[in-house]
Design a protein around this ligand. Structure first.
Ligand code: ZN
Length: 228
């Protein structure tokens, strides 16, 4: 009896379940945006990559598309000119930690974020406002730390995880995106991949097709302004 009454104690009942619904309703973590407009956000993680990032920027320019690049601080340090170019061409640069550490409660989350931000500021001359945790792994400490540091946590649409980092074949990436595209999607790609990438060839199919369907490719910050 005692165990039962403890489980149903008012203290327990009052603690909100911190799931997607909880964070989404508070605007602290973003998965996608509900909108009636044909806007979507392409996001690219883990860069900059000395070759792939430049090729992706060329493609985005060709289709007048804006993207959001969640960069890793220790790679920004190696290729600041690519991050500078990314920002100069109207894309959004965002924070994806300094060392791509998977952030658990014991990690110095603040240090991972601020150290990365310092490299970004050195490259583009201004700070960023979006943060994506490596692996999409988050906890309450992370969400609150990001908030205190002035970031929104941005994940991705669950139906738009292309798994392109596995180089799964061009068609797999294309089918995943084109088969599921909805208004307000946040699509997950990677500009930095170890070894060969299928992302660039997939984008060569995805970009013209979605443009044909009437979609506009906007940064995540712009997408948020379309939320209804
Ligand atoms: Zn990542």
């Amino acid at each position: 009896m005692l165990a039962v009454s403890m489980v149903h104690s008012p203290a327990h009942a009052a603690a909100p379940k911190k799931d997607r619904k909880y964070y989404e309703s508070r605007g602290e973590v973003i998965w996608e945006v509900r909108t009636s407009e044909k806007v979507i956000a392409l996001t690219f993680d883990d860069g900059p990559h000395p070759r792939y990032t430049a090729q992706i920027l060329d493609l985005l320019k060709q289709y007048n598309a804006k993207g959001t690049f969640f960069v890793v601080g220790n790679k920004v340090k190696l290729h600041p000119e690519l991050v500078k170019r990314t920002a100069a061409e109207g894309h959004e640069v965002a924070n994806h930690t300094y060392s791509h550490a998977y952030l658990n409660k014991k990690t110095n989350i603040k240090k991972e974020i601020t150290k990365a931000e310092d490299t970004i500021v050195a490259a583009i001359g201004r700070r960023t406002h979006l943060f994506r945790p490596p692996g999409g792994i988050y906890n309450d400490k992370l969400v609150q730390t990001a908030k205190q540091e002035g970031y929104k946590v941005v994940l991705w649409s669950w139906h738009q995880d292309t798994q392109d980092w596995k180089a799964p074949g061009v068609n797999k990436i294309v089918d995943k995106v084109l088969g599921h595209t909805r208004n307000g999607d946040i699509i997950l790609f990677h500009d930095f991949i170890e070894g060969p990438t299928h992302t660039i060839d997939a984008l060569k199919i995805i970009l013209p097709e979605l443009k044909q369907r009437g979609y506009t490719f906007v940064t995540v910050s712009e997408l948020l302004t379309h939320a209804k």
